[in-house]
Ligand binder design. Sequence first.
Ligand SMILES: *[C@@H]1O[C@H](CO)[C@@H](O)[C@H](O)[C@H]1NC(C)=O
Length: 365
Amino acid sequence: MRSFTTVSLALALSGSVSAHGYLKYVDHKGVAYGLWEPFSDPYYNPLPLRYDRTIADNGPVTGMQSANITCNNGGNNPANVGIIEVAAGDTLKLVWDQWSSAHSGPVMTYMAKCTPNCASFKGDTGSPWFKIDQFGYDASKSPPWGSDYLARQGAWWKVTIPPTIASGEYLLRHEILGLHVAQDPNGAQFYPSCVHLKVTGGGSDNPSGVAFPGAYDPYDTDGILISLYQINQGQKIYTAPGGPVWSKAAAPLQTAATASSQAYSPASLAPSVRGAATATTPATTSRTTTLATTTRTTTPAATTTARTTTPATTPATTSRTTTGSTGTGTVGAWGQCGGIGWTGGTVCVSGYTCKVLNDYYSQCQ
Ligand SMILES: *[C@@H]1O[C@H](CO)[C@@H](O)[C@H](O)[C@H]1NC(C)=O
């Protein structure tokens, strides 16, 4: 069971009401991978399994030349983070908890190959990053600023994993730059998040060339040290910092002239319990149920008994074998009932059915 400090949470929540925001989910093919929740996750024991690096709060990085610019304030700790398996060319929906249109600026997404893997790679030295998507200021769009467009369409953004990058582990660094007080040096507000991805089915490209810290200059008068009104009034052309999008990145997905609102709610949730995805033996459940049948608004209650608090090392197998030994016993509501390596029960209590959330986790719902 998780323990939970109610008083601490209440205090934390009371400080969380602001116009800032953070990346909350990565949705891949209808499965929502939960990201670090700075106002509640620190109070759980054991800590939940998340798929990005810890962030301190929902506020911005203001020291763009400090190591905090790499993966946000919060330590850029690579260890004990889940990894999302995607194919090169797949689309991801990057969902923010909220975004206020009072914080106008560009939306930018970068990737960096994790060397040797994401469990140790920090990305804060050298120039391992490359930009895969951006939307700065486009007067033909309504609204014209990337972050306002993101807010208007429901606080989410879609990107495509470049189809030709080499297979392997990557950080995906998605970021909003708030320029509302950028007329002062170091007034620009950066909101990056670093998500762990394992890309399969890739090609032979290994792009790089952008450094964090390094790519952003406080005195860049084209992209960082600027006044919003000069750009809004057409007195100045805006050029987002961090260089151009890599030439072989996929076409942008936010192409409609007018952002249309589509609020996001997760269809199904990836595991959020550490230790649920450690083994690599074949799965035991049949995979006949379809994903994405329920709508949830709360954190999943994926509680089965006596889970280890040892962080999950991500299974290297890509086996999708669906047969294997069948476990015994009946699984209770919200318990694990299958997934690669699962050797426990596969039959849910009356009224619940075993749903596949991903290769490594099925749950009685
Ligand atoms: C980096 O972030 C931490 C919070 O995790 C903060 O205490 C520290 O002051 C930040 N450093 C700089 C240079 O902004």
